[in-house]
Design a protein around this ligand. Structure first.
Ligand code: ATP
Length: 329
């Protein structure tokens, strides 16, 4: 009998595992179903007239934010997806209020996990605020069409994604009707045309996974070229933390100078040159804006910024003796 029970118990264990797996799958789909949380209101209006490229104001009005619980779950392992006791999202931003005036460069600095990236996510409406409002040109981002929002806000990530495709197609992704002349002009502005021109296949060179290998600085310059083609009014930039060689660094800085000129920009700053140039520096700590001001006044205040400066930025001043390139208009 025991011999019979053995396999039976084993079988029922298998059934339990299968059941757990099915429950897990249900949870996965529940999570996936929840993913597209950002919808367009039926009465949404375009943010601005098409082709209007004037810089716009970016305003955070007492913004509070917690990531949706489902999102936290999707980051977790399959096992925890099967759990039903997932805690709701933690409050990540609290009472964040600031205005970037048209054309201003606002630098976000602060310790890791402070909420800098989250602030930028709310501008491009990857998520909706849970309290307060984010406005562009005085309009709540929840009231405008998603297409006009995507056209208005351009993003350069720290490690930009390139598709396994030609350089031409990677750039056209930003503006499908771009001509080769416009693409070359954007590559020139981004300080990378000389390199592309020298490649055996020029604009047809395939990059991305398994394609032509580009350095971090080169990838960022291609992303800047994309931005120049798109010509958005607002730029979100996550500066590279990795140290680039000084030639690449100088080229990226020159490219950014072109890209940010005349645009409102929110930059997660890792470069001394950026914080020195910023019209406003927001020091984010624990989801709040702990300090704000310009570089010199914040240094004099001797608070959190002064500490951050000493640990993150000061060594760049003595690093290679170069005067940092100037950013912005
Ligand atoms: P870093 O400088 O390390 O990039 P940061 O200041 O940009 O940090 P955020 O990435 O905005 O910080 O993260 C703020 C908080 O929100 C962190 O506690 C982080 O764990 C949490 N967080 C970030 N993304 C998610 C997400 N998709 N779901 C849940 N929590 C998240």
């Amino acid at each position: 009998l025991t011999r019979m029970y053995g396999p039976l118990t084993a079988l029922s264990n298998v059934q339990v595992d299968v059941m757990t797996a099915l429950v897990s799958f249900d949870r996965v789909f529940e999570v996936l179903d929840l993913e597209p949380m950002i919808g367009e209101r039926p009465d949404a209006v375009p943010l601005r007239r098409s082709g209007d490229r004037e810089a716009v104001a970016v305003e955070f009005d007492h913004v509070g934010f917690r990531y949706p619980a489902a999102d936290e779950v999707s980051l977790a392992s399959l096992e925890s997806i099967a759990r039903t006791d997932v805690a709701p999202g933690r409050q990540v931003l609290r009472d964040v209020t600031f205005t970037a005036r048209p054309g201003e460069l606002v630098a976000l600095v602060g310790p890791s996990g402070a909420g800098k990236t989250t602030i930028t996510h709310l501008v491009s409406r990857l998520y909706d605020v849970t309290e307060g409002a984010v406005r562009l040109d005085g309009r709540d981002v929840r009231d405008v069409t998603l297409q006009s929002l995507r056209d208005t806000v351009g993003v350069v990530a720290q490690d930009p994604h390139l598709f396994h495709d030609s350089i031409r197609e990677n750039l056209r992704y930003a503006r499908p009707d771009a001509t080769d002349e416009e693409i070359v002009e954007a590559l020139r502005g981004a300080q990378i045309w000389d390199l592309v021109e020298a490649m055996p296949d020029g604009l047809d060179t395939v990059v991305g996974e398994r394609g032509y290998r580009l350095s971090g600085g080169e990838k960022q310059r291609l992303a800047i070229a994309r931005l120049l083609l798109k010509a958005p009014s607002v730029v979100i930039l996550d500066e590279a933390t990795a140290h680039l060689d000084s030639e690449s660094e100088a080229a990226v800085q020159r490219a950014l100078k072109t890209a940010l000129a005349g645009r409102t920009s929110l930059v997660i700053a890792h470069r001394l040159s950026t914080i020195r140039e910023a019209d406003q520096i927001l020091v984010v700590d624990g989801g709040r804006i702990a300090e704000r001001g310009r570089h010199e006044e914040l240094l004099l205040a001797g608070g959190l910024y002064a500490d951050l400066y000493r640990t993150q930025f000061a060594q760049q001043a003595s690093g290679d003796g170069r005067r940092p390139a100037r950013l912005g208009a």
